[in-house]
Design a protein around this ligand. Sequence first.
Ligand SMILES: Cc1cc2nc3c(=O)[nH]c(=O)nc-3n(C[C@H](O)[C@H](O)[C@H](O)COP(=O)(O)OP(=O)(O)OC[C@H]3O[C@@H](n4cnc5c(N)ncnc54)[C@H](O)[C@@H]3O)c2cc1C
Length: 386
Amino acid sequence: MATSTVQDLELIRESVRALCDKFPETYWRETDEKDEYPEEFIKALTNEGWLSVLIPEEYGGAGLGMLEAGIILEEINRSGGNSGAGHAQMYTMGAILRHGSEEQKQRYLPKIASGELRLQAFGITEPTAGSDTTSITTTAVKQGDKYIVNGQKIFISRTEHSDLMLLLARTTPKDQVAKKTDGLSLFILDMKDQQDNITIRPIDTMINHATTEVFFENAEIPEENLIGLEGKGFKYVLSGMNAERILVASESLGDGKYFVDRSVQYANERVVFNRPIGQNQGVQFPIAQSYMDIEAATLMRDKAAKLFDAGEKCGAEANMAKYLATESTWKAANAAMTTYGGYGFAKEYNIERKFREARLFIVAPVTNNLVTTYIGQHVLGLPRSF
Ligand SMILES: Cc1cc2nc3c(=O)[nH]c(=O)nc-3n(C[C@H](O)[C@H](O)[C@H](O)COP(=O)(O)OP(=O)(O)OC[C@H]3O[C@@H](n4cnc5c(N)ncnc54)[C@H](O)[C@@H]3O)c2cc1C
């Protein structure tokens, strides 16, 4: 993997900003209002190669690291955009890269890198299991040379804009395995090929995230699309979680920096009682405090990304980065609402949209309560709560 210098990182920031300049906030507001997928933006991002930076050069990507990837997503969100529309294309392929066979890597990674294939959907969450992933009940039963999938997933984003789904399903019932984390398997599901056996229903949510319910009725997956070993899928999903948390932290930091930028600008311009509102400590302090928190969270993101890129353990840092970034950004979001007063609610100012979008990261892809239990139990050695 190539190591970027400070100058390289700045160049990445500038280049991503230049692309984002072509997609102003009116673009994001309109897609949000119409609940439309930002197709043109994702195409531009793909064409410039930003979504394939984590794919090694031998498979058609740029072979960059987690820090560079994080900075790309951060800049998108800082510009007022929403990288949630494309972030999964960046990291979901990590399961194939780290645990797939050479044949799977050759078959999928170059096409994912070029954008010919979209691997934008990651199917984990189920209505009856929620955060307790080992309790999922979607099954994949081996029949001859294929697996037959039946069950239901919920909140699976971008399924309508993806060719492939990375799917976690039970291949051995929970009561027949020694450890509850065994018996789950990870698959590459070709959704386009299985349209007759998959029903996708959009879920109307408070943000434009193209999230859906997915029903599988005898959907078929050829055995060569099993990733790694049968029954070990949960381990493979866990190994991708640090990457996901670092990248989500980065997106959230981009939102946080957006709120601070906008709040500073507005607090300097808006004059009430014959003075700029930013002169009042009730307005100034929440902005300054969230700025400090966001800067500190950025250091933790950087640390987590550097450890990840060095191949070192980074579970604690990745979780802390996700927590600190999302909580400090939520503070900044509220500071922005305070700063903008009534205008914070007016759609044309964009704050309300970003406010709604920023709230998601406290909940998905993992809630901050679950992140906190990780720190309590795995880092501090406190008793397990589940
Ligand atoms: C817009 C959106 C997009 C999403 N996209 C995807 C996707 O693409 N793929 C996918 O697989 N999933 C996706 N999700 C699902 C998301 O990952 C889950 O919503 C999230 O992990 C929480 O699961 P849940 O909603 O079932 O909450 P629950 O598990 O029901 O939890 C509800 C609340 O209880 C708390 N809680 C539960 N157990 C404990 C405990 N032991 N200790 C402390 N607190 C606890 C939780 O922290 C939470 O606050 C998405 C969700 C949303 C809203």
